[in-house]
Design a protein around this ligand. Structure first.
Ligand code: F0G
Length: 367
């Protein structure tokens, strides 16, 4: 008994290993930091790679579908990966303020990391199109919020201009340090699986994340010599699909407000990723997004609608997938970010105004 307990204890400790130090410390050999970089971290990264039984079954043919649940980062989205780098470098360079345009998640992450690092943050958001949770975060973390009567693309145009005119660091994904931080998600996937997946399915807005993942897989290929690179599958909403259709969308519309972007700044880089990885860009309808959002939640994984686009896209490609493939769908943000969407789009039984009576409730339960 004593021996068994000792073994169990050792196993538990080996699972926990050391306290996760945050992604810059964990991957600093592969990131542009020096001993002089003041690392601003909330111990981000190290998010779970969850095997989805229901989606694997749905795809069939022995396919294994994993979910990279980046909604479990400190501010609830993958943006924390990029922001720990961008804010640390801004601080190293002596900047005192940062600025970004955002559909919500970037603003939450920028506000949190700027506050943690002692920097001022300004965020421009499209009025009426930022999910409640994200807005609450920016308010709480201490950003100065400017809500504009225009969309994300207009906001980005303005912050880019402001950052060239004034001593304010731009922390949107045009900032190269953002991409550097975000590439670590690809490292984690390879570390977890022991190899790269056959396909990586990812939602695209400004296309910074798909660029970052590709960079990460390529860099790890050199280091780890794992034998293959994934096919990169980028998904957009039908009403907001500038990369799929190779156009600028003047008035993008989608339920997935996080990716409501009509003119992605990383367009050229994304096209390169598609070419190099022999991947594809496709659109999914809001209906398909909500369907995937519900499938994920039924298995206990609650993500925001934009994130569900990766799974919606995968489902659309069911017949193109080779036997026994390994696929990773990136879930970029937490479902709690957008409670309104969940409350409006669910199949739950929700009985209201019920009397607090044992008899009545037993009857409802069918006893
Ligand atoms: N998923 C979520 C939840 C996002 O918030 C974003 C982008 C994306 C996917 C797309 O990533 O832009 O790198 O292609 N959100 C940005 C923001 C635009 O302001 O929070 P991308």
């Amino acid at each position: 008994m004593l021996l068994i307990n000792t073994i169990k204890n050792k196993l538990r400790l080996s699972y926990r290993k050391k306290r996760w130090p945050g992604l810059i410390h964990a991957y600093k050999d592969y990131l542009p930091v020096t001993l002089n970089t003041p690392i601003v971290s909330l111990n981000e990264g190290n998010t779970p790679l969850i095997l989805s039984n229901s989606i694997s079954q749905l795809i069939g043919n022995g396919t294994k579908v994993y979910l990279k649940y980046d909604g479990l980062n400190p501010t609830g989205s993958f943006k924390d990966r990029g922001m720990t780098m961008a804010i640390s470098k801004a601080k190293e360079e002596g900047q005192q303020a940062v600025i970004c345009a955002s559909t919500g998640n970037t603003s939450a992450a920028a506000a949190a990391y700027a506050s943690r690092g002692g920097l001022k943050s300004y965020v421009l958001i499209p009025e009426g199109y930022v999910a409640q949770g994200k807005l609450a975060q920016a308010l709480m973390y201490g950003a100065e919020i400017i809500s504009i009567k225009g969309n994300f693309d207009k906001a980005l145009e303005i912050v880019r201009e402001l950052s060239t005119k004034y001593p304010i660091e731009l922390v949107n994904s045009v900032n190269p340090y953002r991409i550097q931080g975000q590439k670590t998600a690809a490292f984690e996937i390879v570390d977890d699986l022991g190899h790269a997946p056959d396909w990586l399915c990812i939602p695209m807005g400004n296309a910074g994340n798909i660029t970052a993942y590709w960079l990460g897989f390529q860099e790890y290929l050199k280091i780890k010599r794992n034998l293959k690179l994934p096919i990169m599958m980028g998904f957009q909403s039908e009403g907001s699909a500038p990369l799929v259709n190779n156009i600028i969308v003047e008035n993008p519309e989608t339920i997935a407000t996080a990716i409501r972007i009509g003119n992605p700044v990383n367009r050229e880089k994304a096209i390169q990723v598609k070419k190099e990885s022999k991947g594809d860009f496709q659109s999914v309808t809001d209906e398909e997004i909500i369907n995937a959002y519900k499938i994920l939640a039924k298995e206990g994984v609650f993500c925001e609608p934009a994130s569900a686009a990766s799974v919606a896209g995968l489902i659309k490609n069911k017949n193109r997938i080779k036997k026994e493939s390994t696929i990773v769908c990136v879930l970029t943000g937490n479902g709690l970010k957008d409670p309104d969407c969940a409350i409006k789009n669910n199949d739950a039984i929700f009985r209201k105004n019920v009397e607090p009576s044992l008899q009545d409730i037993s009857k409802i339960l069918g006893y």
